[in-house]
Design a protein around this ligand. Structure first.
Ligand code: AGP
Length: 614
């Protein structure tokens, strides 16, 4: 959570920081701040509660004329301390010689804070982060003027996670950055440099980036950078050229990122498939994963672990892998996995799934699995993310940047990737050629079928708007579509703040049925699959109790039509791939309800895109 950015060069640093923060806002958006060093070497700091626009207005109201070539900025998702201007970053020492922006959590901050207060430091916030700037002040030696060494000595006392950028009025020609557990990337321009929590922030300025690793420190000047270990050893870093298109991080003709990303799904899925499926041989190829038939046959259990939407995709993955690869699969919340005693052996394979590749719980689950000797496959969207780097083998989602906090296209690409993975392993085992061919032929039709659902957006919008005033929703599905009920409910909760629950349809009668009356809309995901007749009975049960029934189906059936209050028809596919199609109307329903309520769908309250705290 939280986004940090720094700039040094010849341009107006405040403009660049404010612009970059706007693209980082999805990481946290309760408050924001900027620190810049002006031409008289004074530190100018502005911090505001609310969105970046608010900060921008205040910066231009009070500091329009500041001519600064060096600045750092921060957008916050509160962990320690309320949402107030003093708690926003950057944090400064009392003489305003140093300014620090921090993403992460300093776990031993209370001990450090006490020591620093005893030494005479005065704190002006309730945050864990503020200890960093006081420690740096403590270690800074006037005679040496070595900001790097003050930062490193401070970090040696710190327990926890950090991605930081630090500036100092005594050395107004450098930024010192460091990371441990929170992402940090360096952007290299012409006589200018950037540092940021992720590449989105700086993409309009440069595509040449260097990803920092844990326990690395960087000293940035406008024309050069040098990277070190925490023991001051120089390290050479590779420059990566990012191939994401800048247009991918703008809204284009759409009003919101979320709607754009929903509509991008056919293209995103095409990108996930491209170069990987070979229908004539019935096989899938992944660049970052090579498995022999012997290895595939030796796997006796797969454990998939993830959080939130990625966890829902994992559940679909379980159904797919068990069906096509015939290997038992367990799905675990990443936050639970590492705190129980997962029994792993060298015949197990662990798959971690994360759009951002930075989710703290998922990353720690990956590390726990590796500690126990398991081989880990990481499925991530963000290239160069920590999970991608720490996995033994990896598959990228190729969904492109996902900016809307509520995940949509990354989820669809997770489902597509898991379908391909299941077929990949299946074909190394018992899945026959003709089955591989049939499945891949069908898989390749999915983007077109999703386009057909998107073409009905107006109809779906009309249906959604009937339910804007409802306070509760139930989502029910069976088999492959049970996780889609969970995901549909999560989408609605996240962006419309309406209470919604997802259940396996048959579980309704074991409790949730007590909730059903005329005020309870129930969304059924009811494709014509092996469980269609059973879900019809569940629909009858809801109707018998005056519930409002919205059905997503691929089956034109007069009985269903007479029962449903609202019907959304989607193109048919095989039941294994139907989740990819059925999620689309549910994303749209959530979107249109939230939009109608006037809510900020891209940045729902209390949420952040990358949850980098446990
Ligand atoms: C998605 O809509 C959510 N905002 C959230 O549940 C998310 O899926 C979860 O935090 C996991 O994120 P990750 O995929 O980046 O690890």
């Amino acid at each position: 959570m939280c986004g940090i950015v720094g700039y040094i060069g010849n341009r107006d640093a405040k403009e660049i920081i404010l612009d970059s923060l706007q693209r980082l806002e999805y990481r946290g958006y309760d408050s924001a701040g900027i620190a810049m060093i002006d031409e008289k070497n004074a530190m100018i700091v502005r911090k505001e509660v609310g969105r970046i626009d608010n900060l921008r207005n205040e910066v231009f109201k009070y500091h329009r004329d500041v001519n600064s070539k060096l600045a750092i900025g921060h957008t916050r998702w509160a962990t320690h301390g309320k949402v107030t201007a003093p708690n926003a970053h950057p944090h400064c020492d009392s003489r305003k010689r140093f300014a620090v922006v921090h993403n992460g959590i300093i776990e031993n901050y209370q001990v450090l804070r006490k020591i620093l207060i005893d030494k005479g430091h005065t704190f002006s916030s309730e945050t864990d982060s503020e200890v960093l700037v006081h420690l740096i002040e403590e270690f800074y030696k006037e005679e040496e003027r070595n900001l790097q060494s003050a930062v490193v000595e401070a970090l040696k006392l710190v327990e926890g996670t950090y991605g930081i950028a630090v500036i100092c009025v005594e050395e107004p020609y450098k930024i010192v950055g460091a990371r441990n557990g929170s992402p940090l990337v360096l952007g290299i321009g012409e006589n200018e440099m950037f540092i940021a929590s992720d590449v989105n922030a700086i993409m309009p300025y440069t595509k040449n980036v260097v990803y920092l690793e844990d326990k690395e420190v960087v000293v940035i000047k406008s024309e050069q950078f040098k990277t070190y270990t925490l023991d001051y050893q120089r390290i050479e870093k590779e420059v990566t050229v990012v191939d994401w298109d800048v247009a991918a991080i703008s809204k284009g003709d759409f009003e919101t990122f979320m709607l754009k990303e929903i509509f991008e799904q056919p293209e995103a899925l095409g990108n996930a498939l491209r170069g990987r499926v070979q229908p004539r041989d019935g096989v899938v190829k992944f660049g970052g994963l090579t498995m022999t038939p012997e290895h595939a046959r030796s796997i006796d259990k797969i454990i998939i672990t993830a959080c939130g939407t990625s966890w829902h995709a994992s559940l679909v993955g379980k159904y797919l892998i068990e069906r096509f690869a015939e290997i038992p699969v367990e799905v675990d919340y990443a936050s639970e996995f590492r705190y129980r005693n997962p029994i792993l052996n060298d015949r197990n394979m662990v798959v971690v799934i994360s759009q951002s590749g930075e989710t703290a719980d998922t990353l720690e689950a990956l590390r726990e699995a590796k500690r126990k000797g398991a081989k880990v496959i990481g499925i991530t969207n963000v290239i160069g993310s920590t999970i991608a780097k720490e996995s033994d083998g990896g598959i990228y989602l190729h969904a492109g940047p996902e900016i809307g906090v509520a995940s949509t296209k990354a989820f669809s690409n997770q489902l597509m990737t898991l379908a391909m993975l299941a077929i990949y392993i299946g074909r190394l085992k018992n899945l026959p050629l003709y089955e591989g061919e049939r499945l891949l032929d069908e898989l390749m039709t999915i983007p077109y079928k999703i386009q057909q659902v998107l073409n009905q957006a107006e109809t779906i919008q009309k249906i959604a708007l009937k339910y804007v005033k409802n306070k509760n929703f139930l989502y029910l599905g069976r088999g492959f579509n049970f996780p889609i009920a969970l995901e549909g409910a999560l989408k609605l909760k996240e962006i419309s703040y309406i209470h919604a629950e997802g259940y396996p349809a048959a579980e309704m009668k074991h409790g949730p049925i007590a909730l059903i009356d005329e005020n309870m809309p129930v969304v059924f995901i009811a494709p014509k699959d092996s469980l269609y007749e059973k879900i019809m009975s569940n629909i009858e049960e809801v109707k018998a109790r005056s519930g409002r029934v919205i059905v997503v189906t691929d089956n034109h059936d007069s009985v269903m039509e007479s029962k449903a209050d609202d019907l959304i028809f989607v193109p048919g596919t095989i039941e294994e791939f139907s989740p990819m199609i059925n999620i689309i109307p549910l994303q749209l329903i959530a979107y249109y309800i939230a939009y109608e309520k006037g809510l900020d769908v891209d940045k729902p309250r209390n949420l952040a895109k990358s949850v980098t705290v446990e």
